[in-house]
Ligand binder design. Structure first.
Ligand code: ADP
Length: 363
């Protein structure tokens, strides 16, 4: 349905309103007339206007006064005006600080074409703003739906998977004597696939939970790092990894998400190591006026230049499962966490030398 944009025209002289109507009659707009400031204010309660044409010289409330009242009302705070006046006045200080381009002047007598063009400009601008707003709202809602779907789907998929692994476990223990080597191999394939699927679902759940109702508090990044190191202590020991880090700051954010961010980046720094070289991970932070710049550097396999941005996309992996295990969700999760905290994340790397992941977080 095409809703015609509404224009408010205000003039204390009815004959001037009729004259405006005649000039604007070919435009696809609806005109709402008011012969006083008060009548105009009451019209704004019942209509949403794209533009207001205001006569400046009116008794009781002049065009400027009316415009500043409209500007202070939430509903009409963004309403653009065209002031129409017999004399050009520079009484513009009322509009100091007002959005540039949101008002214009026309002095009488005016060329009809000039008024028509100005009105067209504001109406088109208004329609573009509405389109953008609608598009934005539908994007936000589609995104929310998608996140909700991912959350519910990954949550519900866990149950049948648990059943499969329980029964494979039962077959292995109860019927071990009757199972030949072929069946044993098939069962181990099922167990591997189930484990991979469980990891995928776990990571998808983590990703879909990011940004959900977690309260923002002051986070001590040193404490977070200590917890992460304790959580991955087995992997650290097995790979003989060394982690060095400087004093980290306290920051506003969500604890679970910061932990996830550090954990993903440090785990990757250890996982993507060179054969027969113990991983060395260095965590640093630099402070600027507005933000902290964190870096997590490793001495691992590195990343080719052309894949540096790809790896932040969900499921993008540069290696087969047999080389390095993983789900391809970790860095997408990091990106979402950093973006939600109004930061940026990127990587610098040299193949065969190592990678440094950088991320910023505002203070
Ligand atoms: P996963 O680690 O589960 O594969 P991620 O989303 O964490 O998924 O990472 C995506 C890909 O980016 C990895 O598969 C790997 O190819 C590459 N990558 C991530 N971190 C590093 C790193 N520190 N060194 C080299 N490559 C990395």
């Amino acid at each position: 349905m095409n809703i015609r944009p509404k224009i408010l025209i205000v003039d204390d002289k009815p004959e001037n309103l009729v004259a405006l109507e005649v000039v604007l009659r070919d435009l696809d707009v609806e005109l709402v007339k008011a012969t006083s400031g008060n009548a105009a204010l009451s019209a704004t309660l019942h209509h949403d206007f794209a533009l207001a044409l205001l006569d400046i010289q009116m008794p009781e409330m002049d065009g400027y006064e009316l415009a500043s009242i409209l500007r202070d009302e939430e509903k009409t705070s963004h309403l653009p005006f065209i002031f129409i006046s017999a004399v050009y006045t520079d009484n513009l200080n009322v509009f100091k600080g007002y959005e540039k381009g949101a008002f214009s002047f026309i002095t009488k007598p005016f060329q009809p074409e000039m008024l028509i063009n100005k009105v067209k400009f504001f109406v088109e601008k208004h329609q573009q703003e509405i389109e953008l707003k609608t598009l934005n709202e539908s994007l936000v809602s589609a995104n929310k739906e998608l996140e909700q779907f991912a959350y519910v789907a990954s949550h519900d998929l866990q149950e049948p998977l648990r059943t499969i692994s329980n029964f494979v476990g039962l077959l292995n223990t109860k019927y071990s004597k009757d199972i030949d080597s072929n069946v044993e191999q098939y069962l181990s394939f099922i167990v591997d696939a189930t484990t991979r699927m469980q990891n995928l679902i776990k990571d998808l759940l983590i990703l879909s939970r990011i940004g959900r109702d977690e309260p923002s508090t002051t986070i001590d990044c040193n404490k977070i790092l200590e917890e992460v190191i304790a959580d991955i202590s087995v992997a650290l020991k097995e790979s003989n990894a060394k982690i060095t880090y400087s004093q980290l700051p306290l920051l506003p954010g969500t604890e679970i998400e910061f932990k996830q961010l550090f954990q993903n980046l440090i785990s990757n720094a250890i996982k993507f190591c060179k054969k027969d070289v113990s991983p060395e991970v260095t965590i640093n932070v630099k402070e600027t006026d507005q933000e902290y710049l964190f870096s997590i550097a490793d001495n691992g396999i590195g990343i080719e230049e052309q894949y540096k941005s790809h790896i932040f996309i969900i499921f993008k992996r540069l290696h087969g499962m047999n080389e390095y295990a993983g789900t391809g969700i970790g860095l997408a999760t990091c990106k979402k966490i950093v973006s939600l905290h109004n930061g940026r994340i990127w990587v610098e790397s040299k193949v065969g030398k190592g990678s440094t992941f950088y991320f910023t977080l505002p203070k």
